[in-house]
Design a protein around this ligand. Structure first.
Ligand code: SAH
Length: 484
């Protein structure tokens, strides 16, 4: 009964989508144009919660296309202009002292998460004032629907008294804030939760603390560890740099939204001598450039593993392949935890259900730029290889089942986003109604919104089919909603 009801929702959603005007396979992250009231409180999420009574503004947005880069030969030496940023100096230092180029994955990891200079480490990169916009920032409905998914899984788990609710890479904390706020009416659920935020950026950890309305309980000096509690639902919250640091021994519900796409990828290129790894080097005029590795690199092991999971025809037609060892290893850690402790994981990202060829892109201030251009000043992200996630999880244990991927539009539609948007539209201002419609289109639509009457450059572009959802669960719980 429930399944039929959910499927009906999904098909309503698809019907709505068929009205779309255009779509591009190259659109990925959403880019926001905003005339917006640039809020002095850049600490707060871009979207503002709309309840039956509460009001606020949403900005509008659109998306962009992809970037490509070229290959050259190895240089003899490099020199460093004094205008280089600290991160650029650091990267050139690694290449110089190691006596040769570094992998694209190492470059990507340093650029994004270097503890001192990484892109994510010291600032808020999201929303109108930042570099790109994500679904939780587009509309509160995204976090609410993920909350419905988490609650359904908790029901399927038999309503355990204690659960780790883990979010990997929570950004501003908007998804978790919307989830907790909407779930706060379901006390038995929220009372079971301990929220764990896995976040490498101290700046974003602070922002998450603020947006989850956390307070640190007074230290009574009675030997009991001080707790941090979110006032949104009365749940304890902890922060960690790694998933491995989240306590085990109780079931976990793990959410990874736009986390996998930030994990470093190795790029391989087909050459006359076989697959060669693409590396980053410094040219004679001190510029970064790509070169091909003359020898086999350690990441080739992961390339071989990835190719084993694919049909030969799928590989034969490709001139380039990306592999993400960190995604494979993370998935194994997730699957292992779920297999031992119970629970499940939800992964939502843009990507393919198959081998990814050449997808790495750099985004700065809502525009695509060259990957090697002023590293640290732009986000780097790559398509997620969902087939590789499936294989990595399935190899861990027989107790695990993997579901999807399905499109974000099917996922949110099946969870009832149509009902939610209609309920919110019943009681809001005209301005909020516009924002809700725009946000709804961005989350579930495909291509440009057909109802848009504003300026062309601000037309909302749907993320509904570009983003995919996949679940990994312990088989004990059966098939998770809405993957039945
Ligand atoms: N999920 C959020 C943010 C996505 S951006 C949203 O959808 O809005 C990626 C997030 O992952 C950022 O919070 C970034 O700081 C974090 N992150 C990236 N690499 C990480 C790593 N290796 N370990 C922990 N956090 C990481």
């Amino acid at each position: 009964m429930l399944t039929r009801h959910l499927l009906k929702q999904a098909s309503t959603c698809r019907h709505f989508l068929s009205n779309s005007k255009t779509s591009s396979p190259f659109l990925t992250k959403s880019i926001l144009f905003s005339s917006s009231s640039s809020s002095p409180e850049s600490q707060s999420p871009t979207n503002t919660f709309v309840d039956d009574k509460v009001n606020d503004q949403y900005p509008t947005g659109t998306s962009i296309s992809i970037d490509r880069s070229a290959l050259y030969n190895l240089p003899d030496h490099s020199h460093e202009p004094t205008s280089d940023s600290e991160l650029v100096k650091h990267l050139k230092g690694i290449i110089k002292f190691r006596g040769g180029p570094i992998s694209v994955a190492e470059y990507m990891e340093e650029v994004l998460t270097n503890p001192k200079f990484g892109f994510y480490i010291s600032r808020d990169v999201f929303g109108a004032e930042g570099d790109f916009i994500t679904s939780p920032e587009v509309s509160q409905m995204f976090g609410e629907m993920v909350g419905v998914w988490a609650m359904c899984l908790w029901e399927q788990m038999g309503r355990p008294k204690q659960v780790n609710l883990v979010e990997l890479g929570p950004g501003r904390g908007t998804l978790m804030a919307d989830l907790l706020r909407s779930a706060s009416k379901f006390k038995s659920f929220t009372e079971s939760l301990h929220v764990h935020m896995v976040e490498c950026s101290p700046t974003l950890q602070k922002l998450q603390h603020h947006n989850l309305k956390c307070f640190d309980e007074d230290d009574n000096s009675d030997g009991v560890e001080k707790r941090t509690v979110s006032m949104l639902a009365g749940t304890p919250v902890s922060w960690h740099a790694l998933l491995e640091q989240v306590p085990s021994g109780m079931p976990s519900i793990i959410i990874a939204h736009e986390f996998y796409d930030a994990l470093p990828v190795h790029q391989f290129q087909r050459a006359s001598r076989g697959w060669c790894e693409k590396m980053v080097d410094v040219s004679e005029d001190s510029m970064f450039r790509f070169v091909l590795s003359p020898q086999t690199t350690p990441a080739t092991l992961y390339l071989m593993r990835r190719c084993k999971w694919a049909a030969p025809e799928e590989i034969e037609k490709l001139g380039q392949i990306e592999v993400c060892p960190k995604a494979m290893d993370l998935t194994r850690t997730i699957a292992d935890r779920i297999s031992c402790d119970g629970g499940g994981a939800l992964i939502i990202d843009y990507g393919l259900n198959g081998v990814v060829s050449d997808s790495l892109q750099a985004i700065r201030k809502h525009k695509f730029i060259n990957i090697l251009d002023n590293p640290g000043s732009a986000d780097l992200s790559a398509y997620v290889d969902f087939a590789s996630i499936r294989h990595s999880a399935e190899e861990v244990s027989e107790d695990i089942s993997v579901h999807g991927p399905m499109t974000q539009s099917q996922f949110l539609g099946a969870l009832g986003i149509n009902f939610r948007v209609e309920a919110l539209l019943q009681n809001c201002t005209d301005e909020q109604a516009d924002s809700l419609r725009t946000g709804y289109w961005r989350l579930v639509g495909e291509g440009e919104a057909p109802f848009w009457e504003g300026p062309d450059e601000q037309v909302p572009i749907g993320m509904g089919t570009r983003y995919l959802a996949m679940a990994i669960v312990n088989k004990k719980q059966g098939v998770p909603v809405p993957f039945q």
